[in-house]
Design a protein. Structure first.
Length: 574
């Protein structure tokens, strides 16, 4: 859709052997009791990269069995994951500098089956400990004493033959500094980025954010006050009031202190028994785009939009610096002082009258890229946040600069799961985007067919295009509307998911304007086989959804001639 004036277009070891080995290890393990007293006050952790925050630096893993992962972790952002294979038990080692005739406390957090922790080369008694398995993080601890001439030892961790991968994090060899030093003291972490709102209930709001390097925990604030803490990069704030908006921020923490607060996001709890302020869309519906800017068309408040419009698409959401994420900024100055509070109140009033108000993403100049799992998550989370904040009924996809069907489908399904079955999803592809079912827009529409409301293709600014009969049709005619709609109807969309998108006036588009009477004739042709031009579809589609226009503002500029003519006709379809 155009924002600007229309001068431009817009061999495996046996279990018996395993048991014998376990018995030996268990016999050599030392009691955990009293470990704290074995390390002096001035002791340091002589292991390097003990939390695997620097990948596998300082560590060597047999047979390439080790890697680092970002989840699950015990603290920070990384943990070791090592996978036994064949005769390899996935041993990872580090040589650490120690002081002779000294006692050291050895510990680590582990997860998985048969995870071992031990030390060799002590010059006295080498020790180890193990756990038969844990689905959550558990701590292994033991201690050892170095010999009179021991200046280094080898610390190791491993799994067991034929077993699944194990995880290790936050390993410690605590005792006197042997001359090798220790990892640098932690610094205050950076503020978390990417804070986003997830699913909401009448009493809770879920939040997520990007993990911060060096952080061991996070603190979530609600309206400036501490609400909850988390050791992962997500949390759910509970005990909230239904249908209420809150401002949330988050900080990262570690032993050095707490970061500054993140950028704030707004999240709204749902009303009791509902996750979405959805109103039903009529069997035959009229969609109109409402302009959040002044480009020469009539400046409107939402309350000015005529009752003939069943779906009002607020144009447009704005891209943010976070890939895939969007926000909305009401152009109060350009809209003659229209305030956010007035805007929100008008949304509720329209919904009380049975109308759906949705947020449109894209437009002629919109540049939102959803091309990865992360950006798809950001897209869904940010849109859900807008739904919660403003009360939108759904979303319109009007991306005219490219679309990735794989990730857009993921994003919209994720949004639907968050918002619930009442979510309205519309799309406004250009004509070229719906010429073939192999196109990304068409594939997206078919990929979300079970949750899709309507595709209002833009039958303008396109020149001549192919119809479903293989013939070329020029824009601005009944045949252009019916023969191109036929492609979608025969390509797999339900008739209720097909609408005719046209300009409200000649000023609303660079080309392709048709009189309201032509729109009505095309609807009659598709629904009942009457008033057709030279092209007549092989069958009728009485469930055809209706029509869309760009925009309610251009319609108002022409005295609402379009909606006054097309609205009653759409609503009169049987």
């Amino acid at each position: 859709m155009e924002r600007s004036p229309v001068t431009s277009r817009r061999g495996r070891r046996s279990r018996r052997r395993l048991g014998a080995a376990v018995a030996v290890v268990a016999a050599g393990a030392l009691s955990v009791t009293g470990l704290v007293s074995s390390a002096e006050a001035a002791d340091v952790n002589v292991a390097k990269n003990a939390g695997f925050e620097s990948g596998l630096a300082n560590w060597t893993c047999s047979g390439g069995s080790g890697t680092t992962v970002s989840s699950p972790v015990h603290s920070g952002t990384s943990a070791l994951k090592a996978t036994p294979a064949g005769q390899d038990n996935a041993q990872c080692t580090q040589t650490v500098a120690v002081k002779p005739n000294s006692t050291y406390a050895l510990s680590s957090w582990v997860q998985g089956s048969y995870a071992y922790l031990g030390v060799s080369g002590t010059g006295t008694t080498d020790v180890s400990t193990w756990t038969p398995g844990s689905s959550s993080w558990s701590q292994l601890s033991t201690s050892f004493k170095t010999g009179a001439s021991t200046t280094s030892v080898t610390v190791y961790t491993h799994g067991w033959y034929g077993q699944a991968a194990y995880l290790v994090d936050d390993l410690s060899v605590s005792g006197p500094d042997g001359g090798g030093g220790t990892d640098p003291a932690p610094t205050v972490p950076a503020a978390p980025a990417g804070l986003a709102v997830g699913a909401a209930t009448p009493s809770s709001v879920a939040l997520s954010w990007n993990a911060v390097s060096g952080a061991t925990g996070y603190t979530v604030y609600k309206d400036g006050a501490k609400a909850t803490t988390s050791t992962s990069n997500s949390a759910t704030v509970t005990g909230l009031t239904a249908n209420t908006a809150y401002q949330f921020t988050v900080t990262a923490t570690n032993a050095a202190g707490e970061s500054v607060k993140s950028a704030s996001v707004s999240g709204r709890t749902t009303t009791s028994g509902s996750q979405n302020p959805g109103t039903s869309v009529p069997k035959h519906a009229v969609t109109g785009y409402w302009q959040n800017f002044n480009n020469g068309a009539t400046v409107q408040k939402l309350s000015d939009v005529p009752a003939n419009y069943d779906i009002i698409a607020v144009s447009f959401a704005d891209a943010t610096t976070t890939p895939g994420a969007v926000t909305f900024n009401l152009d109060s100055a350009g809209l003659n002082g229209y305030t956010v509070d007035q805007f929100k109140a008008d949304i509720k009033a329209k919904q009380a009258a049975g109308k759906n108000v949705i947020i449109s993403v894209g437009g002629e100049k919109g540049s939102v890229s959803v091309n990865s799992d992360a950006s798809a998550t950001n897209f869904a989370n940010s849109l859900y946040s807008l739904i919660q904040e403003y009360g939108f009924n759904g979303v319109d996809i009007d991306l005219e600069n490219g679309l990735n069907s794989t990730y857009m489908t993921k994003a919209l399904r994720s949004l639907s799961q968050k918002a619930g079955s009442g979510l309205v999803i519309t799309m406004a592809p250009q004509t070229i985007d719906m010429q073939s079912t192999s196109g990304e827009y068409f594939k997206t529409a078919l990929g979300i067919k079970d949750i899709l409301t309507v595709v209002n293709m833009q039958y303008y600014n396109s020149g001549s295009m192919l119809g479903c009969d293989g013939k070329v049709y020029s824009q601005g005619s009944v045949d252009f509307l019916t023969a191109l709609a036929c492609i979608q109807l025969e390509g797999g969309l339900d008739p209720s998911q097909v609408g005719l998108g046209v300009p409200a006036s000649a000023s609303g588009a660079g080309s392709g304007y048709v009189a309201p009477s032509v729109v009505n004739a095309a609807l009659d042709c598709l629904a009942a086989g009457t008033n057709c031009g030279s092209f007549k579809p092989a069958k009728t589609y009485p469930g055809i959804r209706g029509a869309m226009t760009w925009s309610t503002n251009w319609d108002a500029k022409s005295g609402n001639a379009w909606s006054n003519a097309v609205g009653p006709h759409v609503h009169g379809l049987s």
